[in-house]
Design a protein around this ligand. Structure first.
Ligand code: COA
Length: 149
């Protein structure tokens, strides 16, 4: 179910059309490849087809994305990205809330993710805890994090 954020032009939905999915990939390219220097060959991976992709738009313009897929006893959240001009406005939180809502609707209440170290305060503010040791993925330091609803 798509959600319109009250009093704004923001809309959150599952990217279930080719056009919406391409918008998700465009945001990810802008953020992870162009901004963070992740190689395009690693940014798109083998989980794209099985994952559910989420798109946040403002009056139809792509602003933020994230994806999730079944993992262990819950879901794994990946590729969360907000375009640079729209950060610190609460939109990343909306994407996470929407993913968690979708997961809970499917009786999945444990949410896993690998967080870049710079993004840990963002996930901690949403109730995620880090565990284990730091590790590198695509040359970027990460910690595993988890939240139980
Ligand atoms: N450091 C500290 N706190 C941060 C933060 C940061 N870098 N980014 C967000 N927060 C906090 C906010 O202050 C806010 O806290 P509050 O509710 O107490 O006010 C909370 O996290 C929610 O922030 P929000 O505005 O929803 O975050 P955002 O829309 O800027 O999205 C990211 C956060 C990480 C998704 C966004 O910065 C981004 O796309 N970064 C580049 C890609 C990336 O790093 N993705 C994550 C890969 S693991």
């Amino acid at each position: 179910m798509a959600i319109k954020l009250k009093g704004s032009g923001f809309m959150l939905k599952i990217a279930d059309t080719k056009e919406a999915l391409n918008h998700c990939f465009e945001i990810r390219k802008q953020v992870f490849v162009d901004e963070q220097g992740v190689p395009p060959s690693l940014e798109i991976d083998q989980y794209e087809d099985e994952a559910t992709h989420v798109l946040l738009t403002e009056y139809g313009c792509p602003i933020a994305t994230g994806r999730f897929r079944e993992y262990k006893d819950g879901i794994k959240i990946e590729r969360v990205a907000v375009i640079k001009s729209h950060r610190k406005l609460g939109l990343g939180k909306k994407v996470l809330d929407y993913i968690e809502y979708q997961a809970k609707s499917n009786n999945k209440t444990k949410f896993y993710l690998n967080a870049q170290t710079q993004a840990i305060p963002f996930y901690e503010s949403l109730g995620y805890y880090k565990y284990g040791d730091v590790f590198k993925d695509a040359g970027i330091s990460h910690y595993a994090m988890v939240k139980e609803a």
